[in-house]
Design a protein around this ligand. Structure first.
Ligand code: MTE
Ligand code: MO
Length: 408
């Protein structure tokens, strides 16, 4: 991996020189503008997403438009943390390759005492007291395709299965620390962090740069301006040089490639809080719910859908479970469609904001199709339901996943 702070040109040349498959990949793995000019027309490569810099090996990723979903079943060979090169990428446009040395963060707005913009360089942030914490980043639409496949319902958006989630160790500065140094006014209520990636254009409408309101209360609670992921500088695709990490909230809150933050004494909005990231549909108020903030709870088997398992042998079923509300309390598994449940063994100490790995032995006897279920319950008493409440954009899927396998 090239070091993220190298200039664009050198980084690309190095990346191509270092990869034997460079010719086959063509320019597709590089930012789009470079691809067209420097490398000529590229041969179609199934595992390249336009605008994602890192390589997306087939065993680890499924490309969906400008995004790359991690294969949840392949998490079986990762530890508690998701390595950066295995972490899903959700890009509205494409990864900007930014140089930390040229970067600065601007805070501005009537929620600052001086009412004049305040700037922080990368070096300045790195000199402030740092914090390190483990947190999941999970897309609000993780599991979205299950509304269709499991519940027969139509939803719009990227058809993720379960792999739009990952856990990493983030190091950075508390957002509260930076806000205080910038002169946060006592009556400031809302922030609008904005990314430096290109404006998001969809269906002929330019929605501007990715930006999503964040309450001052949450900002002062546990939000960090992260510059390291698993002990390394943030990779380009995950927000280099600095991103927000907003623990337990939907992934959109964790704005990547952070450029500026408006600080306001009035509530703020953006299309990411008005048009998207609300629950819309029959079960919800007309005009939609309030903007969604907290993630939900989920669990899943680390096994490909349709996996073949031999009858008469003991298999070790493994998976992960997590909740944004409270630490995981139990995970149960069922191999008979939910008629009977058994407790799985938990391999990590449950903590809020993280996941636990689990396992359970299973000895199938009858050959043919079978459905494996897993169901988690958290310490606040939340349990995965049989059905998720439909919303038109397919957010916050929380139901028990029906995992088809074949016993052979
Ligand atoms: N600037 C910017 N920030 C962004 C996004 C984006 O497209 N641009 N995508 C958001 C969404 S929808 C998610 S789920 C997370 C994904 O983070 P990751 O790509 O590091 O996994 O980043 C969020 N932050
Ligand atoms: Mo997302």
């Amino acid at each position: 991996m090239p070091h993220p702070s190298e200039p664009v040109r050198r980084t690309l040349l190095k990346a191509f020189a270092a990869t034997p498959a460079a010719a086959a990949l063509g320019g597709l793995a590089a930012p789009a503008a470079e691809a067209a000019t420097a490398e000529g027309p590229a041969a179609p490569a199934p595992q390249a997403a336009p605008g994602i810099v890192k390589s997306l090996p087939d065993p680890y990723f499924t490309v969906r438009g400008t995004n790359a979903e991690a294969r949840f079943d392949a998490f079986a060979d990762t530890g508690f943390l998701t390595p950066a090169d295995r972490f899903f990428v959700r890009n509205h446009t494409s990864t900007p390759v930014l140089d930390a040395e040229d970067w600065r963060l601007t805070l501005w707005g009537d929620g600052l005492h001086g009412r004049r913009p305040v700037h922080f360089t990368y070096g300045h942030l790195r000199d402030l007291p740092s914090v390190t914490r483990t947190a999941l980043v999970e897309c609000a639409g993780n599991g979205r395709s299950l509304y269709a496949t499991q519940q027969g319902q139509t939803v719009s958006g990227t058809a993720w299965t379960l792999g739009a989630v990952g856990a990493a160790r983030w190091r950075g500065v508390r957002l509260g620390e930076v806000l205080r140094r910038a002169g946060l006014a006592h009556d400031a209520v809302d922030l609008l962090p904005r990314g430096l990636d290109a404006p998001y254009v969809s269906g002929g409408t330019d929605y501007g740069r990715v930006r999503r309101p964040l309450s001052v209360a949450k900002a002062l609670d546990d939000v960090i301006l992260a510059y390291e992921m698993n002990g390394e500088p943030l990779p380009y695709d995950h927000g280099h040089p600095v991103r927000l990490i907003v623990p337990n909230w939907v992934g959109i809150a964790s704005v990547k490639w952070l450029g500026d933050i408006e600080v306001s004494t009035r509530p703020l909005t953006s299309p990411w809080s008005t048009d998207w990231y609300r629950l819309l549909g029959e079960a919800h108020p007309p005009g939609g719910s309030a903007p969604i903030t907290r993630q939900t709870l989920k669990s899943g088997h680390q096994l490909p859908f349709g996996a073949a398992l031999e009858a008469g042998r003991v298999h070790r079923l493994t998976g992960r479970a997590w909740s944004a509300h409270a630490p995981v309390r139990t995970v149960e598994v069922s191999a008979d469609g939910g008629a009977t449940w058994r407790r799985a063994h938990l391999h990590d100490a449950p903590r809020r904001g993280a996941w636990v790995r689990w396992s359970a032995p299973w000895r199938p006897t009858r050959t043919g199709p079978a459905t494996l279920l897993s169901r988690t319950t958290d310490a606040a008493g939340n349990t995965q339901p049989d059905r998720a409440v439909h919303n038109t954009q397919g957010y916050l899927f929380d139901a028990v996943v029906r995992h088809p396998v074949t016993v052979v």
